[in-house]
Design a protein around this ligand. Sequence first.
Ligand SMILES: Nc1nc2c([nH]c(=O)n2[C@H]2C[C@H](O)[C@@H](COP(=O)(O)OP(=O)(O)OP(=O)(O)O)O2)c(=O)[nH]1
Ligand SMILES: [Mg+2]
Length: 139
Amino acid sequence: MPNTVASKRVHVAVGVIYNPQGEILIARRHDDAHQGGLWEFPGGKVETGETVCDALARELHEELGIVVHTASCTQLLEIRHDYTDKVVLLDVWKVLKFDGEALGKEGQPLKWVQPQALPEYDFPAANVAIVDAILKLAD
Ligand SMILES: Nc1nc2c([nH]c(=O)n2[C@H]2C[C@H](O)[C@@H](COP(=O)(O)OP(=O)(O)OP(=O)(O)O)O2)c(=O)[nH]1
Ligand SMILES: [Mg+2]
């Protein structure tokens, strides 16, 4: 397959997970990952044949050990971003209900933060729009 931009485009299910206190979960990406060392909203690549919602539930179970109530998930926004080495389509969903306690199953540091504190953390460039959307919801 030619090494085209299209061949490198990845569809990513991203969760903005709220706890009952209204805080949002962020995780620090491993240093050796794409956009490593930066904070992210947990999630991962949508696999062939999966809905975005299924992918989100699978990734959040793998990465955090939680069981998402998919009926509580609503789409927040979609962002297409070109990182030059990779083009991503971030499909961002709000997660309001889940079972279990979120743990960094892959050794990643986690933090629950107030929406207003999100601008204090370093995120990948594509996430600026996500943080803006969250802050609008918090207004
Ligand atoms: N999960 C997540 N990915 C993000 C965010 N912002 C952002 O630019 N990305 C990019 C980084 C990666 O190129 C891609 C997501 O890939 P990922 O590393 O989470 O995928 P994955 O969990 O399936 O990981 P892997 O199996 O490939 O290791 O999207 C974000 O807030 N959350
Ligand atoms: Mg991931």
